[in-house]
Design a protein around this ligand. Structure first.
Ligand code: HSE
Length: 313
């Protein structure tokens, strides 16, 4: 008998890793979004309910990232029937944690599972990118790690251009999200249109150093390389409240480096142990709260797995 519903989880992601603007990203173990897809006889994708977004996400199927990804997945499946989606948002919106990518990926994985999971992650990638593009443009540095898991190099938007990188054993992350919305479009609008040759050389060297550190499992050098961004962070820093103060305090507490997560305002601290990450998360949250800015901090690790099916009924 055909399945009637399927539910999938897709994790938060940290895009860019500092120096790797639009080409590097990693998947976190938590938090993430959950999408349930229920079979309906009418074709296409509609939204049954959205929970946890405070009423801020569009219900219009053409503007909702999960709905667009579900619709594209149905096309890939050649399905005559459609789906109704229930989206549970655990990720804050416009926070630099890949919220729109997580909803798109969870929807695509849930719809695929509903129809017996005939498509591979590689085959689902275009549907997820299409969903993400409905809200934040054609880039895969959130979608790809979310779908495949781990640390990924995103050299383009097709599956052949996505490369899994090693995950250092000792890598622990502390993240802090101040209660300030920084929409991706706004954070992209402040970027320079051209880059000096000198900066291009520095940025390229920093990315190469980061890849080398990942392959050697050297968390300290990884963190140092991530912080060498001379192009993106200087242009966006004014959108991230207390960035210098958070960086200084996190390092004082043992962090090896702090970068903007994706387009921000979440900040990501690289640490080499769980107790350090725990302490750094606490210190970063304290700095914001002490300045009157509500903030949520967490410590987590990389998810090697990425999105996953939770249940099929
Ligand atoms: N690479 C993107 C950016 C990630 O920094 O603008 C945001 O979705």
């Amino acid at each position: 008998m055909a399945n009637t519903s399927a539910e999938a989880f897709a994790p938060a992601t940290v895009a860019n890793l500092g120096v790797g603007f639009d080409i590097l990203g990693l998947a976190l173990q938590e938090p993430g979004d959950t999408v349930r897809a229920e079979r309906r006889t009418e074709p296409g994708a509609v939204i049954a309910r959205i929970e946890g977004d405070g009423g801020r996400l569009p219900l219009d199927p053409t503007k909702n990232t999960a709905c667009v990804a579900a619709r594209e997945t149905l096309k890939l499946l050649g399905a005559a029937q459609g789906v109704a989606l229930t989206i549970h948002k655990d990720l804050p919106l416009a926070s630099g944690l890949g919220s729109s990518a997580a909803s798109a990926v969870a929807a695509a994985v849930a719809v695929n599972a509903l129809f017996g999971s005939p498509l591979t992650c590689e085959e689902l990638l275009p549907a997820c990118i299409e969903g993400e593009a409905a809200v934040s443009g054609y880039h895969a540095d959130n979608v790809a790690p979310c779908l495949f898991g781990g640390v990924v190099l995103v050299a383009g938007t097709t599956a052949e251009q996505i490369f899994r990188l090693p995950i250092p054993d000792r890598l622990h992350l502390a993240l802090v999200t101040p209660d300030v919305a920084v929409p991706t479009a706004m954070a992209r609008a402040v970027l320079p249109k051209t880059v000096e040759l000198h900066d291009m050389v520095l940025q390229t060297a920093a990315v190469a150093r980061l890849l080398n550190a990942l392959h050697r499992g050297d968390v300290a050098d990884m963190a140092a390389a991530m912080e060498l961004d001379t192009v993106i962070e200087p242009a966006r820093a004014h959108l991230m409240p207390l960035l210098p103060e958070i960086r200084a305090a996190a390092k004082q507490a043992g962090a090896l480096g702090v970068v903007i997560s994706g387009a921000g305002p979440t900040l990501c601290a690289v640490c080499d142990s769980q107790p350090t990450a725990q302490a750094v998360a606490g210190v970063m949250e304290y700095i914001y709260r002490n300045a009157g800015i509500p903030a949520t901090a967490r410590q987590t690790r990389i998810s090697a797995e990425g999105a996953r099916v939770l249940r099929v009924d």
